[in-house]
Design a protein around this ligand. Structure first.
Ligand code: GLN
Length: 379
């Protein structure tokens, strides 16, 4: 077998879901909702099922879907996006990120990744042959250290990966931080590959600033996103990459040979979601704010320590007081004995950090209540 696959393990996030299932634990590990998408979307799916869209869509995305996506992202990002030349529809943002790296990096190129980071990026870097340079964010609030970032840029990386709002930390990069990144990206001529799948899950007073919308940044940004989180359809595997036409031309070739294309009937059905009015996104924030507060209030009652998420739907909880040998052992014990599954924090950090575990709260109130009730046995 290849040396490449020796470089990484299976996903700990997805492994924790299998462990949760084995122990019948409340699964707050892999982040996905236990509630249905909007009714209109389910109806749109039912409608396409009876139609004739059972063959390949256009490789880089069905024209309908690209048009609706470009309209919606233009409105949200505040920049014009041409659906004909600046969009690739992918199988989830997972493929978009992989395609982005393969589009800009040659084997041996360096790529800057903040730590903590979403675990896929490490495997993506290995698969593309790029060498990650990790830049730690400063605990406990994950502040950007501009000097460390510049040190990394001095090593002449090809690209930086920016997950904003951030998984697993819940950090939302401030405009000032993004401007610092933009300044350095310009000075050192670095591409920025964003993962903005939580663009619509941001808690007041924080606001999401799209990196590509900063002055001069569209030209060097590969904006990756997804419909999974925004419309609660993680199983549809619909993502996208938006960038200038020259970059998109390259990404379309990569995408073509990776997957040929995303599912045609699902693209057609999802146009309904992309056409939702702004009210939908306002309500999404209200709903997730309620979930976040429910879960954090529960953690407060249990006197557990955590960093308050500003966006996304994850919270890193400090387990130092439990004196576990490892965060992985703690998570296995927690799933088996307490009946709640979390992800060990070490799977997100480059530094030897062992005292954090990640819960997600994209669940119905009843599920979160059940998890909190079970967690009471920690006390
Ligand atoms: N982004 C989600 C998480 O971090 C899951 C993504 C996945 O498993 N594809 O848990």
């Amino acid at each position: 077998l290849s040396r490449r696959i020796g470089g990484f393990t299976d996903s700990v996030i997805r492994r924790m879901t299998r462990i949760a299932n084995a122990y019948d634990a409340v699964n707050l590990s892999q982040g996905f909702p236990d509630f249905d998408p909007p009714e209109a979307l389910k109806q749109a799916l039912a409608a396409v099922a009876g139609g004739s869209l059972h063959q390949y869509a256009v490789t880089w995305g069905a024209p309908n879907f690209r048009a609706a996506l470009a309209r919606k992202q233009s409105r949200c990002m505040g920049i014009p996006i041409d659906p004909e030349s600046q969009v690739v529809v992918t199988c989830g943002s997972t493929e978009a990120m992989m395609a982005a790296m393969l589009t800009v990096c040659d084997p041996g190129d360096r790529i800057v990744v903040f730590s903590p980071f979403y675990e896929n990026y490490a495997a993506d870097a290995i698969l593309s042959g790029a060498e990650p340079i990790h830049v730690p964010l400063r605990l406990p609030d994950f502040a950007l250290d501009a000097e460390r970032l510049e040190d990394a840029f001095r090593l002449r990386p090809k690209a930086l990966i920016l997950c904003n709002p951030s998984n697993p930390s819940g950090k939302v990069f401030s405009r000032a931080e993004l401007e610092t990144i933009a300044f350095l990206a310009g000075r050192y001529d670095v591409f920025v590959i964003t993962d903005e799948v939580y663009e619509h899950i941001v808690y007041a007073p924080h606001e999401h600033v799209y990196f590509a919308s900063l002055p001069g940044m569209f030209e060097r940004t590969l904006s990756c996103g997804s419909l999974s989180k925004t419309y609660s359809i993680t199983g549809w595997r619909l993502g996208y990459l938006i960038a200038p036409a020259t970059i998109v031309n390259g990404a379309r070739k990569v995408h073509d040979f990776l997957t040929v294309g995303a599912a045609a009937p699902l693209q057609e059905a999802a146009v309904t979601a992309l056409n939702f009015a702004d009210d939908y996104y306002r309500q999404l924030v209200v709903d997730y704010t309620t979930k976040r507060d429910l879960f954090l209030n529960g953690l407060d009652r249990l006197d557990l320590r955590y960093t308050r998420p500003q966006g996304a739907y994850y919270v890193l909880v400090d387990i130092t007081e439990f004196g576990a040998d490892s965060d992985l052992a703690f998570c296995q014990w927690l799933a088996r004995e307490v009946g709640v599954a979390a992800v060990p924090g070490s799977s997100f950090f480059r530094e030897p950090i062992n005292h954090l575990i990640r819960f997600h709260f994209a669940k119905r109130a009843a599920t979160l209540d059940e998890a909190l009730t079970r967690l009471e046995s920690l006390r």
